[in-house]
Design a protein around this ligand. Structure first.
Ligand code: ADP
Ligand code: MG
Length: 256
């Protein structure tokens, strides 16, 4: 059975897509079968996987509107070694089109159930909002991975996400929980960051992943080559950290 995780944080630019793409590639390197679902109309996870969003015959949009199955709409990241349910600007319209449809928050869940046997991991890259798209992700998932920078206001920004997760847990998906907070773009030389990191560990204990993703320019460069950082420069510190995180996730699902 596939374990399904949302990569979510309602802030933009916090490393969601970088985490989704590199965790997918890291998991593929340790022989896991992975589907990456791009739920952001910007399509960054799609492009960052080397799949051209402009020429997708079918995308997650068609899956949400139930005009295609996951098996029909998925593409392959040849370099990354995983499948991609891609997104492009068409997806921005889904929000409006779903409003009048029944089971509008259950569409992705139903579609993923039909592809369950094909994967060990399904990773869902969520947009920076708590929209109907994100709701489809949260309803589908076993857990949420929250990438965050160790900044002063990082925790405050989590309140809305935590409340949404509680509501989804209570009303729509009793499986849902926060799997963990992932410290990203981390620079231990910045005193504030190491202080916030310590506070996170004190406050959230085992909800903070052991793996820490450093700020690393190779991770930022990789998308412009249409590659996950893990593939673009596997020896870089950023890539190594995501491979380590992939191993941590494999160990984590063994206990779920
Ligand atoms: P989000 O999906 O949350 O909007 P992104 O993953 O797109 O965030 O990251 C925002 C920006 O930060 C991108 O330019 C990305 O390349 C860069 N970035 C993300 N993680 C790192 C990192 N660990 N080191 C350096 N740059 C990073
Ligand atoms: Mg993103």
């Amino acid at each position: 059975m596939a374990k399904i995780f949302c990569i979510a944080n309602q802030k933009g630019g916090v490393g969601k897509t970088t985490t989704a793409v590199n965790l997918a590639a890291g998991l593929a390197r340790v022989d896991q079968r992975v589907l990456l679902v791009d739920l952001d109309p910007q399509g960054n996870a799609t492009m960052g996987s080397g799949v051209d969003k402009r020429t997708l015959p079918l995308s997650v949009y068609d899956v949400l509107l139930e005009s295609a199955s996951v098996a029909e709409a998925r593409a392959r990241s040849e370099l990354g070694g995983y499948d991609v349910l891609g997104a492009n600007r068409e997806l921005a319209g889904a929000e409006v089109e779903l409003v009048d449809l029944e089971r509008r928050d259950q569409r992705l869940k139903g579609a993923l159930a039909a592809a369950d046997a094909d994967y060990d991991f399904v990773l869902i890259d969520c947009p920076p909002s708590l929209s109907m798209l994100t709701l489809n992700g949260l309803v589908s998932a076993h857990g949420v991975i929250v990438p965050m920078q160790c900044e002063y206001f990082a925790l405050e920004g989590l309140t809305d996400l935590v409340n949404t997760i509680k509501q989804v847990h209570a009303n729509l998906n009793a499986d849902l929980k926060i799997i963990g907070l992932l410290r990203v773009m981390y620079d231990p030389r910045i005193t504030l960051q190491s202080q916030v990191s310590e506070q996170l560990k004190q406050h959230f204990a085992d909800k903070v992943f052991n793996s820490v993703i450093p700020r690393n320019v190779r991770l930022a460069e990789a998308p412009s080559y249409g590659q996950p950082g893990v593939v673009f420069d596997p020896a870089s510190r950023g890539a190594q950290a995501y491979i380590e995180f992939a191993r941590e996730m494999v160990a984590r699902i063994a206990t779920m």
